[in-house]
Structures are given as structure tokens and as C-alpha cells.
Design a protein around this ligand. Structure first.
Ligand SMILES: *Cc1c(COP(=O)(O)O)cnc(C)c1O
Length: 386
């Protein structure tokens, strides 16, 4: 009888072996390398998703997430999915059809927020900045006065440009104009100072694979009391079953009602990554990121390279380096990967072909890695320059 065999099994005759993965140093926009202790945690045998051990671990993950975000939000939990799933969760649980959502766009991920909000039938309005700039408080206030939105959505650390948006005062403005503040903290959590409650952030999300030294697969989510009130009062159901936080909280809260099978091993991993971060100390981690980023910036400038973002707005976790005239940026980053196993990112959108993106996130943010990448630029870049 003829049997269908997938190509990979047919290839076995030609010597297909069990998986063996390459060693990479991931200095791009994410994922970054996971901490070895986190990988060991993920490799543990799974337990049931209602096992008493696991229930206790869930509480630890929530408590640790509140700590790293500096929040007391009850509804703080990791979504089963990547950062984009948690991004969608903040939109799905806050936007009602016809709500006006103001998106402050200064890079690629602002556009994604806008796209998602429109899919949930928001009336989306924008303010925009050039890629490499941030919004001033006056610009935000002007837009709030003009549009009177129900929600202001913005990105704290714009991974596409390497800009850190200053947050001082924005939360107060949102309270004044009775608007919820939704913040993307995907590339800031763990790496740069971030205070959800003090900054009056109503909705936030992040991911496991950037500043938290864990592989991709979980999307931390947090919702404050003002957003929770809007959720409670909404007329229709949250239009996304999987990401509905009122259903999810019946599992993450005290009822422990089955919703979906939690990716238990990923939660072992994030529990461990959050523990490592808490043990290091948040401030120590922020300082480490700041120090290695400064070392990178100094070193790149010493090599005659130009940085895309003004020093006052630069993001410690992600640096955009202007590709010098005449250099094929893609060919150079391919060479780093193929010859040295080092990943560096390219530009997105309006910065495509114009910048390299160097990430120093979580476990990877060390002086040794900085010196290593600087050395590679020094040794290898000249042969790519005409
Ligand atoms: C990476 C990233 C995301 C998306 O996260 P995924 O884990 O890739 O889904 C969203 N926002 C920002 C700012 C990011 O850098």
C-alpha cells in the first residue's frame, strides 16, 4: 500500500538526524538569548495545568510580574502567546465599537496598534512623529484636546527606531481628559525604568523574549482599575474569546476554572526569568542595561559610526546605527550571522536599508557582548566599505 510520508521522514534515508540547533548570539531586536537557568526550567517535565504545584507557580508569576512592572493591578497575568497576543488583549478588552482611539505613532509598532484597534471597530485617529523622534507633552495634550479619545495608545520603547518615549506627565493628562492610557512596554520591561502605577498606565503588555531573558511564547498583560471598570460596564462581550481577560481571570483568579491548557513549561521559564530579575534587583538591571548601552554607543562612535537617535531619547535595550554610505547593510549582517553566529537586525519600514538594530536585552546586556560586537564591527566592516 502506498503510504504518504512527510518530506522530512523520506529524507531520513538520506540521513535526517534528531534536531541540533546552532549557537547564536542574538544581538538583534529580539528574541534575545535566554538565561541558561530559564532554559533548564523549561526543560522540566510538564505538570497538569491544575496541579497544586502549578497553581502555586501561577501566583508567583503574577506576583513577580506586578513587581517588575511596579504595579498592584489585580489583573496581571501572562497571555499564552507572544507580545502581539498581549497587545491584542489590551485592545480587545478595552475597545468598544465606535470608541475613539488616539494612537501616537513614531515607528512600526504604533502602526500595529492602529491596525489592531481598527479591527475592533474603533474610530482610530493618529498623531505621528518622524521615526527617531518622541512626542512632547504639549503635542500629546494638543491631540487630547482636539480628539477627546476614549483611549490613548502608545509605545514606550519603539524597537523599530531605538527611541524611548518620555512618560512624565502623560498619565496625568489622560486622567484630566478622562481617557485610558495604553502602553506597549515590550522592549522596556526589565531593561529601563518603568512604573505602571506611578505613571498612571491603565493597560500594558510585554513579551517574554526581550528584556526578560526567556524564549518567545508568553505575553505579560496588565489592566488597572479604570480599564477594569470600562470592561465591566461594556455592553457586548469581548469580541475575542481566547484573550477575554474576564474569562482568563476565572482561571488565574481564585476559581481555577479551565479556560485553555496553559503552556506550563513556558510559565516555568518566565517564573524563573522573573525570579532572576527580582534577585538581581530592578534598579541594578536598569543600570546594567544603561552601562552596557553607553559602552556600545561610545564604541560605535569611536569607530566613526553615527547613531540614528539623539542621545537624550536613546533606548538602552535597542540601538539604531546608521549604515555608512556605500555599505550593503544586509550583506554585512548576513556575514556576521554566517561567519560569527551573531545576529544583528536590519531596519523596518522607513528605516529599511538605512540602519542596523543592535539589541542588548536582558541576559545579553553585558560588557563582554558589547566588546565582542564592537570588535566584529572593527575587524569586519572595513571590507564592506567601498
Ligand atoms: C517585539 C515587539 C512587539 C511584538 O511582540 P511579538 O512577541 O513579536 O509578538 C510589539 N511591540 C514592540 C515594541 C516590540 O518590540
Amino acid at each position: 500500500m502506498q503510504q504518504y510520508l512527510p518530506q522530512v521522514l523520506e529524507n531520513r534515508q538520506k540521513g535526517l538526524k534528531a534536531i541540533s540547533t546552532p549557537e547564536r548570539l542574538l544581538l538583534g531586536p529580539g528574541p534575545s538569548n535566554a538565561h541558561p537557568d530559564v532554559l533548564r526550567a523549561i526543560a522540566r517535565p510538564p505538570v497538569g495545568h491544575l496541579d497544586p504545584f502549578y497553581i502555586e507557580l501561577m501566583g508567583e508569576v503574577q506576583e513577580l510580574l506586578r513587581h517588575v512592572w511596579q504595579t498592584q493591578n489585580r489583573l496581571t497575568l501572562p497571555m499564552s502567546g507572544t507580545g502581539s497576543a498581549a497587545m491584542e488583549a489590551t485592545i480587545a478588552n478595552s475597545v468598544e465599537p465606535g470608541d475613539k482611539v488616539l494612537v501616537a505613532i513614531k515607528g512600526y509598532f504604533g502602526n500595529r496598534l492602529s491596525d489592531m484597534a481598527s479591527r475592533y471597530q474603533a474610530e482610530v485617529v493618529h498623531i505621528e512623529k518622524e521615526w527617531g523622534q518622541a512626542f512632547s507633552l504639549d503635542e500629546i495634550e494638543e491631540a487630547l484636546v482636539l480628539h477627546r479619545p476614549a483611549i490613548l495608545a502608545m509605545v514606550h520603547a519603539e524597537t523599530s527606531t531605538g527611541v524611548l518615549q518620555p512618560m512624565e506627565g502623560i498619565g496625568d493628562l489622560c486622567r484630566k481628559f478622562d481617557c485610558l492610557l495604553l502602553l506597549d512596554t515590550v522592549t522596556s520591561l526589565g531593561g529601563v525604568p518603568l512604573f505602571l502605577d506611578e505613571w498612571k498606565i491603565d493597560l500594558a503588555y510585554s513579551c517574554s523574549q526581550k528584556g526578560l531573558s526567556c524564549p518567545p511564547g508568553l505575553g505579560p498583560f496588565s489592566m488597572g482599575p479604570r480599564a477594569e471598570e470600562k470592561l465591566t460596564k461594556r455592553k457586548g462581550k469581548v469580541p475575542n474569546w481566547y484573550l477575554d481577560v474576564s474569562l482568563l481571570n476565572q482561571y488565574w483568579g481564585s476559581n481555577r476554572v479551565y479556560h485553555h491548557t496553559a503552556p506550563v513549561n513556558m510559565n516555568f521559564g518566565i517564573r524563573e526569568s522573573l525570579r532572576l530579575l527580582a534577585e538581581e534587583g530592578l534598579e541594578n538591571s536598569w543600570n546594567r542595561h544603561k552601562a552596557s548601552a553607553s559602552r556600545l554607543w561610545d564604541g560605535l562612535e569611536r569607530l566613526g559610526l553615527r547613531l540614528h537617535v539623539d542621545e537624550s531619547l536613546r533606548l538602552a535595550t535597542l540601538t539604531t546605527v546608521v549604515i555608512p554610505e556605500g555599505v550593503d547593510g544586509k550583506a554585512f549582517s548576513n556575514h556576521l550571522l554566517n561567519k560569527h553566529g551573531v545576529e544583528v537586525g536590519g531596519g523596518l519600514g522607513s528605516l529599511a536599508g538605512k540602519v542596523w538594530r543592535i539589541g542588548l536585552m536582558g541576559y545579553n546586556s553585558t560588557d563582554e557582548n558589547v566588546d565582542y560586537i564592537l570588535n566584529l564591527f572593527e575587524m569586519e566592516l572595513p571590507s564592506f566599505q567601498k
